[in-house]
Design a protein around this ligand. Structure first.
Ligand code: HEM
Ligand SMILES: [Fe+2]
Length: 460
């Protein structure tokens, strides 16, 4: 279950990001997809299904010891958290990501030939290339490689992806979206993205070593890791500020208010960036704290707050934005979205602060007073208090799951048009010069949303 839990979180988030990229490509390209793009996306989707199903079945067969041991590494389970999938599936996943890269580049490269400022496009393209190619770092070790070398390459994927390139991709993608909606000028979108991307990479790349303090690392490298990963908090604050600015933009135009829910999710991203990645990440980050708490529930606290809080909500924000675009006449069900948004956020906070963090702090005390071995021992973990604290987690989990069902229902309703409001006059759609697929789409006049233009485009 644990393997599936982590793998499904990663697959889900990666799918959300890759889909957002594919959604954005024609927008960058002036409203058109290249020839056969749909076919490519369909192939990619079914390849994803094969890799997910195959790797999940392989995980199970390996853990249940049904699969012969010599096949484990290749088909079953690499035995390594976050890259648990068998090597064959990992190759499949890489092929898929590389194919995505091709789909993206064939859509965005022609834009380089056009006139005008292309710095933001260059940054976005670089992050797309990095996401596509850096997954290959996971192939630089084999079944029998020394564990310290394996650790090194594994963190290239796990850390460099999330704390480096995905951050740059997310920043540049949002900048594109807001710029194409005509909300921020290209220049300010470019400046903000370049500044945050440089800060991310400055902290994020050498910061990789905060995962390697105690895996045969030399002292100077430990110092580099500690110093630069502490700097990772800086861009998070910049981003928080940006998100708030974006949120305030909703008053700038009447149609912008219709994007309230995707924007709210982007604000949640900024909040969890600050709390989950910033505060909780920072507190376990110096070598002296990790010396006592590596691999305890304090890590799980940070990991849930940062991974779901930042990338989970970001993937949902992207999903809602895409939904808004492909169903221009749809109206978000406010009650449903309120439940989705608040129950997921409060559920996540309950999970963290009523269960994971208290367990982590008790473990920290045990580790500092007796030793790390004791903090992870059955004697401590099966004690009455810790068993009770783990059960308390169910409350937060249930609250969260209700929120998750609500957002799922909203998406299903939107996609399949199970919505009474769909036939209302078209005053509700997202519209903007580019998002609406028309140069004069920007509407000051609230009576037209560009939705009809989109519907016509779709019909063609
Ligand atoms: C959105 C950004 C981030 C995400 C998604 C994220 C995610 C994660 C995840 C999933 C883990 C658990 C890895 C494992 O189980 O071994 C982890 C560990 C860790 N993170 Fe983050 N993180 C983020 C930002 C940060 C920041 C900004 C810092 C420091 C300032 C940080 C410091 C750490 C450290 C030191 C560990 C290792 C803990 C250990 O080995 O026990 N993270 N992170
Ligand atoms: Fe990290």
């Amino acid at each position: 279950m644990r393997t599936w839990h982590i793998q499904s979180a990663l697959f889900w988030i990666a799918t959300g990001f890759l889909a957002a990229g594919l959604f954005l490509a024609p927008i960058i390209n002036g409203g058109r997809d290249p020839k056969y793009q749909k076919l490519g996306v369909d192939i990619l989707f079914w390849a994803l299904v094969v890799v997910v199903v195959g790797s999940f079945v392989g995980n199970y067969l390996a853990i249940a010891q049904i699969m012969p041991a010599h096949l484990n590494f290749w088909l079953g389970h690499q035995g390594y958290e976050f890259v648990d999938l068998g090597r064959v599936w990992q190759i499949g996943k890489f092929t898929g990501v590389a194919f995505w890269l091709v789909l993206m580049l064939r859509a965005i490269l022609p834009v380089f030939k056009q006139e005008g400022d292309k710095n933001l496009l260059a940054l976005f393209s670089a992050s797309v290339v990095a996401i596509g190619l850096f997954y290959a770092a996971g192939f630089f070790y084999g079944e029998r490689t020394h564990i310290s070398v394996m650790e090194y390459w594994r963190w290239w994927i796990v850390h460099l992806w999330v704390e480096g390139f995905f951050e740059v991709f997310a920043t540049a993608a949002l900048a594109f979206i807001f710029h194409s909606m005509g909300l921020v000028s290209k220049r300010s979108a470019t400046v903000a993205s370049l500044a945050s991307a440089s800060l991310f990479l400055l902290g994020g790349v050498p910061g990789t070593f905060h995962h390697l303090y105690f895996s045969g690392t030399t002292t100077p490298v430990m110092a580099v890791g500690a110093t630069f990963s502490a700097l990772e908090v800086v861009p998070l604050i910049v981003l928080g500020h940006e998100a708030w600015e974006h949120y305030k933009l909703k008053e700038r135009s009447p149609w912008m208010a219709k994007l309230k829910w995707p924007l709210m999710f982007f604000v949640a991203v900024a909040f969890w960036n600050m709390l989950g990645a910033g505060v909780l990440g920072f507190s376990i980050n110096p070598p002296i704290s990790l010396y006592y708490v590596q691999g305890l529930n304090t890590t799980a606290t940070h990991a849930h707050a940062a991974l779901f809080g930042v990338y989970g909500f970001l993937a949902l924000g992207f999903t809602l934005l895409v939904l808004r675009y492909i169903r221009p006449t749809m109206q978000f069900d406010d009650k449903l979205m309120k439940t989705a948004f608040w129950w997921m956020n409060i559920g996540l906070a309950l999970m963290l602060f009523t269960s994971l963090l208290p367990v982590g702090l008790i473990q920290f005390y045990a580790s500092a007073s007796k030793g790390l071995w004791y903090a992870r021992s059955e004697a401590l973990l099966q004690s009455d208090v810790l068993v009770a604290l783990r059960w308390i987690r169910t409350i937060g989990d249930v609250v969260f799951i209700i929120g998750a069902f609500a957002v799922t229902w909203q998406v299903v309703k939107g996609v399949f048009g199970i919505d009474k409001d769909v036939s209302l006059p078209v005053t509700t759609g997202v519209t903007s010069p580019v998002l609406a697929g028309t140069e004069q789409g920007a509407i000051d006049n609230d009576s037209c949303c560009g939705g009809c233009t989109q519907a016509n485009e779709g019909a063609k």
